[in-house]
Write a protein that binds this ligand. Structure first.
Ligand SMILES: [Ca+2]
Length: 266
């Protein structure tokens, strides 16, 4: 026989459990970075300063569609919410970028995140990454700037990092409002890497070689010199490789936004 007291206890328990489930479902969203709307255009991709490596040559015109780019690298907090672990080499820093994760692990993370959010997050293409890092395709040696004297205000790199990652969004953003595109951690991109790709890249929305042995990395890290963290530097590593200065950043197709021309958050 269920009396009123039992019924009340059951109802309170039910409300508590339902609110707990809702909180859990929304939890990952609280750690998601704001997605900045990036208006596509044509730009001169590659080493327009003629000071870099051979694989940054030749500069060539590329045109890309509108897309979204996360304002920050994926944090350890967001990674842990989705994956229930934190493989980062630098511990006890939930707002630091997650690192020590392979390209294949980023794909697992994105799959789970998309299941939870019902969105279609993805990694940026190499062309999208460079266009965004250069504040919309401008001639910027480092993200947001050209003068090396300003670099400590915009980036964590070898000279000011104390050889470790730092919480995201502490330095100045570039003109699109994107933080840490230069330095902090290298960022995995979607494309396979090929040193010769710029010699045969299609002009419109290039997506990299159809196959390869390594995936592209962009932006340099807390470890590197100013030359190593230029916006046009192209690095790469095997898709199962992990290292404690390699992380990633989310992108999304433009149709994920509610209003064209605005960013979105969750
Ligand atoms: Ca970075």
């Amino acid at each position: 026989m269920v009396n009123k007291t039992h019924l009340l206890i059951f109802l309170f328990w039910l409300i508590f459990m339902m609110s707990h489930v809702v909180a859990l479902a929304e939890d990952p969203k609280l750690a998601l970075p704001h997605m900045v709307f990036v208006k596509g255009n044509c730009f001169e991709m590659g080493d327009t300063f003629n000071e870099g490596q051979q694989n940054e040559m030749p500069p060539h015109e590329v045109c890309i569609d509108d897309f979204y780019m996360a304002e920050s690298e994926v944090t350890q907090l967001l990674w842990a919410k989705i994956m229930n672990d934190n493989p980062s080499g630098f511990k006890d820093c939930s707002q630091c970028p997650v690192e020590n994760i392979s390209w294949h692990q980023t794909q697992i993370f994105i799959g789970k995140l998309n299941n939870i959010t019902k969105k279609t997050f993805r990694l940026p293409s190499e062309a999208e990454w460079e266009y965004a890092a250069r504040s919309g395709g401008k001639q910027e040696r480092w993200s947001g700037i050209n003068e090396q004297t300003a670099l400590p205000h915009f980036s964590w790199y070898g000279a000011n990092s104390a050889r470790q990652t730092h919480p995201v969004m502490q330095k100045k953003p570039n003109a699109l409002g994107l933080y840490d595109m230069t330095g902090n951690v290298w960022e995995w991109i979607q494309d396979w890497h090929n040193d010769d790709y710029y010699q045969k890249s299609p002009k419109t929305n290039p997506a990299g070689p159809s196959q390869g042995v390594s995936k592209g990395l962009r932006g340099g890290s807390w470890f590197f010199t100013p030359m190593g963290i230029r916006t046009t530097v192209r690095a790469a590593s095997g898709p199962d490789h992990r290292f404690f200065d390699i992380g990633f950043r989310l992108a999304a197709d433009v149709n994920e936004g509610k209003h064209s021309g605005e960013g979105f958050g969750l």
